[in-house]
Design a protein around this ligand. Structure first.
Ligand code: NAD
Length: 479
């Protein structure tokens, strides 16, 4: 997209960083620099915060219908520009174009969903139990928000936060991941075109995340942090938010178990595994990280999965027919290589893949490992790559105990044809979401989020807007 903005978006204007700094954006398929974008420092962040604070009061007073219609228009523009946005996303992030188009549709859907929620913010009126007092309940925007997003879903992680914030009447400073700033800048341009008033959304791209965000979180004017990223960074930001008692929503890492029982339909299980493992090249918080397969079907499941994984075409995401693009950067690929080497050293069998190719780009082949030792590092590390690690189990209690034996609890996948078992196992899994005989749970109309160290709060669904609203209670005596 030749006209994609590369400057900061503050108070409705495109501006350079105060010190003129820029940072490169790389194409992970070639390692080449795509372009440079503004690299904000603390001064720029302060200006963005001021713009958000200034715009807050008037924005909170706008008619819900007006906010709804801005989101609806932005939804329509995104859909019209699907191809352009998908190319932009593929160039900075690497995912194949077909997946990028899928993400554009998913991202747009958050705007459509929250355009519908903006006009359904409710309140209440009740006579209290003593009969002498009334309660008037209203809901108001929490205030200026800091939104921090990761690189793996550059557009959807933005719309999943911006959608409910706009619907609720909050202003924002968005800080996208440094690897994928272009999708967020394109999104800001679309929202401006859709009529979002100046200052409501401000975007600061930066390579200095800590320096830029910490003063905002500690400063007391930002009233809400919505973060998606790793658990380690989430923990740091929770500590920083404590000082000014900033409300937080945290969408953090996962370590999803994928459980295949002996009574599963193996066709469904393999189809589900392909989605749960290979969506986004395995670079998803929802990615199946640990495959627990009943001993009686493990060999057959492994054989079929390896056949499907081995048939996938790896290459630059812009090339026709490619199923698997590059990983985000060299560090991401090195981590996958180390995890596979560790598992193999501990006795895992490589059914397919297992070696990174030579040449430019951060490619890693779809890989299936069988007989993985439970002590392997990939059991308690997000692999974030196209590697399926298979372990076997013998009974239900045992697999539930092992699936829950992790500090994370975002999502789990269960494959069985037995209804009782499906419900019983799902209820016992310590996760925020379960895919039952399916490898895909994400949907803008469903509450997305985890338990334990996978996060706090939910995004999407009917409850997604709650994260951006406060109750106000008025006590009114009955006279
Ligand atoms: P990350 O934690 O490294 O970075 C996420 C964001 O935080 C980026 O914008 C980054 O610049 C910023 N950041 C880093 N250090 C910071 C600091 N000190 N102060 C303020 N901001 C800081 O994660 P990532 O590598 O970009 O993304 C991958 C992670 O995100 C994985 O752990 C994945 O599971 C998680 N994720 C979770 C969800 C979910 O909904 N639960 C969705 C997508 C990704």
């Amino acid at each position: 997209m030749t006209d994609t903005p590369t400057q900061l978006f503050i108070g409705g204007a495109w501006v350079d960083a105060a010190d003129g700094a820029t940072m490169p954006v790389d194409d992970p398929a070639t390692g080449e620099i795509l372009c440079h974008v503004a690299d904000a420092g603390p001064k720029d962040a302060k200006l963005a915060e001021e713009a958000a604070v200034r715009a807050q009061e008037e924005w909170a007073r706008t008619a819900p219908r007006a906010r709804s219609e801005i989101l609806r228009r932005a939804y329509e523009i995104i859909i019209e520009r699907t191809d352009e946005l998908a190319h932009l996303m593929t160039s900075e992030m690497g995912k194949p174009l077909a997946e990028a188009r899928g993400e554009v549709a998913y991202a747009a859907e958050f705007f459509r969903w929250f355009s519908e929620e903006a006009v359904r913010i409710d309140g209440g009126l009740a006579t209290l139990p003593d009969g002498r007092n009334r309660m008037l309940l209203s809901r108001r925007p929490v205030g200026p928000c800091l939104l921090i997003t990761p690189w793996n879903f550059p557009l959807a992680m933005g719309t999943r936060k911006i959608g409910p914030a706009v619907a609720a009447g909050c202003t924002m400073v968005l800080k996208p991941a440094p690897q994928t700033p272009l999708s967020s800048l394109a999104l800001a341009a679309i929202l401006k075109e859709a009529g979002l008033p100046d200052g409501v959304l401000n975007v600061v791209t930066t390579s200095r995340a800590g320096e830029v965000c910490e003063p905002l979180l500690r400063g007391g004017r930002i009233r809400k942090l919505s973060f998606t990223g790793s658990t380690a960074v989430g923990q740091l930001l929770l500590a920083q938010s404590a000082q000014a008692v900033v409300r937080t929503s945290m969408e953090l890492g996962g370590n999803a178990p994928f459980v295949v029982f002996e009574d599963a339909d193996l066709d469904k299980a393999v189809d589900g595994a392909m989605v749960a493992k290979m969506r986004n090249m395995g670079e998803a918080c929802t990615a199946a990280n640990r495959f627990f397969v009943h001993r009686s079907v493990a060999a057959e499941f492994g054989r079929r999965l390896a056949e499907r994984m081995g048939a996938l075409v790896v290459g630059p995401g812009t090339r026709d027919g490619v199923d698997v693009g590059p990983l985000i950067d060299k560090r991401g690929r090195a981590k996958v290589e180390e995890l596979v080497a560790d598992a193999v050293e501990r006795g895992a069998q490589v059914l397919v893949g297992g070696h990174a190719p030579e040449g430019p780009g951060c490619f890693y082949p779809p890989t299936v490992l069988a007989d993985v030792d439970p002590g392997s590092r990939l059991m308690d590390t997000e692999i974030f790559g196209p590697v399926a690690a298979i372990l076997t189990f013998d009974d239900e209690d045992e697999v539930i105990r092992r699936a829950n034996d992790t500090p994370w609890g975002l999502v789990g996948y269960v494959f069985t044809e037995g209804l009782d078992r499906a419900l019983r196992v799902s209820e016992r899994l310590e996760v925020g979401m379960v895919g039952l005989n399916t490898g895909l749970v994400s949907n803008p109309a469903a509450p997305f989020g985890g338990v334990k160290q996978s996060g706090l709060g939910r995004e999407g669904g009917r409850v997604g807007i709650d994260e951006f609203l406060e109750y106000q209670y008025l006590a009114v005596p009955v006279r």
